[in-house]
Design a protein around this ligand. Structure first.
Ligand code: AMP
Length: 504
């Protein structure tokens, strides 16, 4: 976003200035939504900090930019440690020694462009009229800029430029009310996507937005309760899975157990992000009773039925295409093999802003076993094509290695629309399928054929209609379950932090 133009000009009278301050205000702060994140919480376990650290390791794929844990022993002020980088970089032994207690919440965060700074790392902790609170959020609050403008115009002082912080400020306004009521009141004004864990003095609260865009599961370990964005973290810690927090459900956990503060919405009205199944969630997680790897295998099977092809070999783009390629191979009878070898020490390439660096990164990330593909008709399966950089480089690799034919199969429909609920896609202008027809995509990628899974096949693979779960498919269809303001993007509210309100 461009730097805001100064509002004060000599020709403006003070009377015209006052309303203008409010009108322009929203565009003067650049807000970084929650984006792709993972949340974790432990309530009532003596090893809450260690468990949270390991939990965050298991959720690392949901956010590589920063990590943090807030812990409480119920007697002393909350102890918090947050840092930039991977969980392993943020939590050294000194950091872990500084945290203690039987309650803890944790967060891993990912954002793509713009400033990536400690200020926006979570959990966000405050001392307010509700006492001490710490919050961790996954998702995007679509009306955060309006809420923030309203709150700041009444004097609220924000400490971050994330959308998540508005929830704490709203809660702080409920002076003298129980924390549960303040939480529900804040959520009533919050629109969009949120899976939240909130630590108060002697309890942990958790919520999913009414559509249930982002996942959140509840488990049990010894006498304690665990909340996690994904169940893969439960497996690691031998946590017994109890259930998913349902869309619209709000709970609290204290010494007496789990209390439902707000009942779930009917599952049919939910809009769970289908891209969690396609790409984002880990394959060893189970969401709403459907294991992610199994859903991906079904996507591959559907794809093989929809776009069959005569070929000698099915290969995945690892790791994202592994399970769909397996399903494609099983359904088609074409042998499966790994031909791309992944370098695990390179981060996700879509973090990189320039085309040059992106091209370099897609090549350094995967190398090809040339002997496996030479002279063969190859089907290469990936989960999605976003900008097309990865797929184009893969086809070039395969041709250089002597593959006689290269057929691309993608286990979701073409990405044409932005996500406003927590997955970072580039602006629609950079989405390949938004720019080119299918035919032109095929020739741009230099493939012999291309096939994308359709919406019906994708929904079937994710258990619909049997599970009666509703899904958000906005990035493919442009049908947005929750209205958002046009022009909303992840840096909508960056403000010069030094500019006082009165001077704007
Ligand atoms: P590209 O088409 O080169 O932009 O990258 C597509 C690859 O990035 C796919 O193989 C996906 O696995 C992966 N990907 C998944 N989600 C995202 C995302 N939100 N932004 C960018 N790339 C993603």
């Amino acid at each position: 976003m461009d730097r805001p133009t100064p509002l004060l000009t000599p020709s403006l009278s003070i009377l015209t200035l006052v309303p203008l301050c409010f009108v322009r205000y929203e565009s003067l702060v650049r807000l970084y939504p929650g984006e792709e994140c993972g949340v974790f919480a432990v309530c009532g376990h003596p090893n809450a900090v260690t468990l949270s650290t390991y939990g965050l390791y298991a959720l690392q794929h949901r956010g590589e930019e920063s990590a943090g844990i807030a812990a409480s022993d119920g007697k002393h002020p909350f102890r918090i440690h947050r840092g930039m980088g991977l969980v392993s970089q943020v939590f050294d032994s000194a950091a872990l020694a500084s945290l203690s207690g039987s309650m803890a919440i944790g967060h891993v965060r990912y954002s793509t462009t713009g400033s990536s700074n400690l200020m926006n790392a979570q959990p966000i902790a405050v001392v307010c009229s509700q006492g001490e609170l710490a919050l961790a959020h996954n998702g995007d609050i679509v009306n955060a800029s309006e809420l923030r403008a309203r709150l700041e115009n009444r004097g609220s002082i924000f400490q971050t430029t994330t959308d998540s912080e508005v929830i704490l400020h709203l809660m702080a306004q409920r002076v003298g009310k129980p924390v549960e009521e303040a939480f529900l009141w804040a959520l009533d004004q919050t629109e969009g996507a949120y899976a939240l864990v909130l630590m108060a003095k002697d309890k942990i609260l958790a919520a999913r937005d009414p559509q249930g865009f982002r996942p959140l599961s509840l488990g049990r370990l010894d006498d304690g309760y665990i909340l996690s964005s994904e169940t893969c973290a439960f497996d690691l810690l031998h946590v017994q899975f109890l259930r998913d927090i349902a869309p619209g459900e709000v709970i609290s956990i204290d010494g007496d157990g789990v209390h439902v503060l707000r009942a779930p919405r009917p599952i049919e009205t939910a809009a769970f992000c289908i891209f969690e199944y396609v790409y984002f969630a880990r394959p060893d997680s189970t969401i709403h009773g459907i294991n992610v790897s199994q859903a991906r295998i079904q996507m591959g099977r559907e794809l093989a039925r929809l776009y069959p092809v005569e070929a000698d070999l099915v290969i995945p783009v690892p790791d994202s295409g592994n399970y769909a390629a397996l399903g494609f191979s099983e359904e088609s009878g074409i042998p499966f093999n790994f031909a791309f070898v992944r370098n695990h020490y390179i981060g996700r390439t879509f973090l990189q802003p320039t085309q040059l660096i992106r091209d370099f990164n897609v090549r350094i990330k995967l190398n090809l076993v040339q002997e496996s593909v030479r002279g063969k008709r190859v089907v290469v399966v990936d989960d999605s094509i976003v900008r097309g950089t990865t797929a184009r480089a893969r086809v070039a690799n395969l041709r250089e290695a002597g593959a006689s034919e290269v057929h691309i199969r993608v286990s979701c429909p073409p990405h044409r629309f932005a996500c406003h609920y927590g997955i970072d896609f580039p602006d629609p202008g950079s989405l390949l399928a938004n720019q080119l027809t299918l035919e032109r995509i095929q020739s741009y990628l230099n493939a012999d054929s291309i096939g994308y899974l359709n919406i019906d096949g994708l929904l079937r693979a994710c258990g619909s209609p049997e599970s009666s779960m509703g899904f958000c498919t906005a990035c493919f269809t442009g049908r947005y379950p929750v209205a958002f303001r046009r022009g909303l993007h992840k840096e909508i509210l960056e403000r010069n932090q030094l500019t006082p309100l009165a001077a704007k």
